[in-house]
Design a binder for this molecule. Structure first.
Ligand code: PNS
Length: 353
């Protein structure tokens, strides 16, 4: 067996250890013909790696890094040997262990891969393979693909992965990617200090457009929140309890990291007036720099909410004023109580929150 193309073209691979069924050169070539011959970077996960030929072929063709997972100790040694032979020792991470358990750890570590190979021993029943594949969606980077080898055809839709199968002799190769009809998830982020009827209107309207909306209670470093994030989230949970496709989370860190973690490619924000535009435009541009596939979608606030802001609610409540009409009914009393600081003048009226 040799590396077929790319930087390490022609490198002869170490002998195949007993008990390992390597992907033949013909099938390997067919796989890369289907994937596109060469790559411009990208991370690869090679499950049931065997000799590591698939993951090393991907490195040779331009991928940046490959993580190999293999249980058989002798095969692990062969993968390392092959990486060295091909000159890619620095680009390979070899994990010895059970594939299902290792996948769990990779998911918990929020790893993402552009290309995932899975070549399980044919004696593993297709159902088990499909179980492993069901977890792989969580490891796929946007636009990523999964390539599975099997003896029998697999289901062509597995969770939200959808694919096509091709037979090469006694090997069936299934190419899967996220279904075009996969759930569309959006994030509605904000400080929500506290949530207003205007915010709730935007969340309600976003929930009509998307399959699922995650309301993310985040930290705006330009503001000092009056309530801890957890309490702000509890208020939102109360007013969104009746929405089936809305969940609430405290967001720590960057919005783009949170969005990736939630499988969301859109952020939805409300725009009240031109004065909101400048800061929203800046945030949208920065977020796109950090996560190019990420889109910011603006929903125009209803006219009756154009004057409404969390800072106004905080200020009115802090003087013991009436916040009815400004915050959802279910939390009026709580907001009135929690934000009434007996006119200590701490409310920051400069933000638009
Ligand atoms: O209601 P706000 O205060 O306008 O919400 C702002 C928020 C929390 C959405 C924004 O500050 C944010 O996304 N914070 C998370 C940290 C982050 O990603 N910052 C970079 C954005 S440019």
């Amino acid at each position: 067996m040799r590396i077929i193309a790319g930087e390490a073209r022609g490198v002869r691979l170490a002998p195949v250890p007993e008990g390992v069924r390597p992907t033949s050169d013909r099938v390997r070539e067919a796989i890369f013909n289907s994937l596109g011959q060469f790559f411009d970077g990208g991370e690869v996960l090679d499950l049931y790696a065997g000799t590591g030929a698939l993951g090393i072929e991907a490195l040779s063709r331009g991928c940046e890094k490959t993580t190999f997972v293999e249980k058989n100790g002798r095969a692990v040694g062969v993968v390392r040997q092959n990486l060295t032979r091909a000159g890619f020792a620095e680009k390979g991470e070899v994990l010895r262990g059970d594939v299902t358990q290792t996948i769990g750890r990779l998911v918990a570590g929020r790893r993402r891969y552009d290309l995932i190979f899975a070549d399980p021993p044919y004696r593993i029943p297709p159902r088990e393979t499909e179980g492993v594949l069901g977890c792989l969606a969580a490891l796929l980077a946007p636009g990523g693909r999964v390539v599975v080898e099997s003896g029998d055809p697999l289901a062509e839709t597995i969770d939200n992965l959808k694919g096509v199968s091709r037979r090469y002799g006694d090997t069936v190769v299934t190419f899967l990617e996220r279904s075009k009809h996969a759930m569309k998830v959006a994030i509605c982020p904000g400080s929500f200090d506290p949530i207003t009827t205007g915010h709730l209107d935007i969340i309600r309207r976003a929930a009509k457009i998307y399959d699922h909306v995650v309301v993310a209670v985040g930290a705006n470093l330009r503001k000092q929140p009056r309530l801890p994030a957890k309490e702000r989230a509890q208020l939102i949970e109360k007013v969104t309890a009746g929405f089936e496709n809305v969940s609430v989370e405290v967001m720590e860190g960057l919005l783009v990291a949170f969005a990736r973690e939630q499988g969301a490619r859109s952020v939805v924000k409300g725009l009240r007036a031109v004065s909101d535009f400048e800061s929203e435009f800046e945030q949208a541009q920065l977020n796109r720099t950090l996560y190019p596939e990420f889109e910011t979608v603006f929903i125009m606030a209803a006219a009756e909410h154009s004057f409404l802001s969390s800072s106004a609610v905080r200020e009115i409540a802090s003087y013991g004023g009436d916040v009815r009409e400004l915050v959802p009914e279910e939390i009026q009393e709580t907001v009135q109580r929690l934000y009434d600081t007996s006119a200590d003048g701490q409310a920051d009226a400069s933000d638009k929150g």
